[in-house]
Design a protein around this ligand. Structure first.
Ligand SMILES: [Zn+2]
Length: 154
């Protein structure tokens, strides 16, 4: 992992932690993370502990509530603790979701070793595909995995 991608993932973690903290009340910083009122049980004194370790956000209620129940009360998914939350108000553009789907399809047909490699998607216009094809071939010659898609392909 390069320096810039390490910084990028730190920024992602801070954004995810912030997204959770702003949904909680009586948030206090402590030596290892934060404490807050548990949103699940009738919590008189903050018994929820929020810590972050190796990119994972850990929620622990000393009253015994589960992480699932806490996430439900906060209106987030359990997976949001581990990855960037999917914003429902600002979904990814259709084009990006299509490309992600095509990349998943392509990856499923690759060998396990090739599956780890990045894939470049080149979009082609059906009426005039030569430019995109030339680009895809140039990338393939350089050793990149490349998927050529037509704009109206589903
Ligand atoms: Zn609780």
């Amino acid at each position: 992992m390069g320096m810039s991608s390490a910084l990028q993932s730190r920024a992602d973690i801070y954004r995810r932690v912030e997204n959770i903290l702003e949904r909680l009340s009586r948030v206090r910083r402590n030596a290892i993370g934060w404490t807050a009122r548990c949103p699940v049980h009738d919590d008189r004194r903050p018994s929820l502990s929020i810590t972050e370790r190796e990119g994972k956000i850990l929620l622990h209620c000393f009253g015994g509530c589960t992480a699932e129940a806490i996430c439900t009360a906060l209106g987030i998914h359990l997976r949001d603790l581990f990855t960037e939350p999917e914003s429902t108000s600002n979904p990814l553009p259709r084009l990006v979701r299509d490309v992600q789907q095509h990349i998943r399809d392509l990856r499923s047909r690759l060998t396990p070793r090739d599956r780890k490699r990045p894939i470049t998607v080149v979009y082609a216009n059906r009426q005039n595909p030569e430019r995109a094809m030339a680009r895809a071939i140039a990338l393939a010659v350089e050793g990149e995995l490349c998927q050529l898609l037509f704009k109206d392909q589903r």
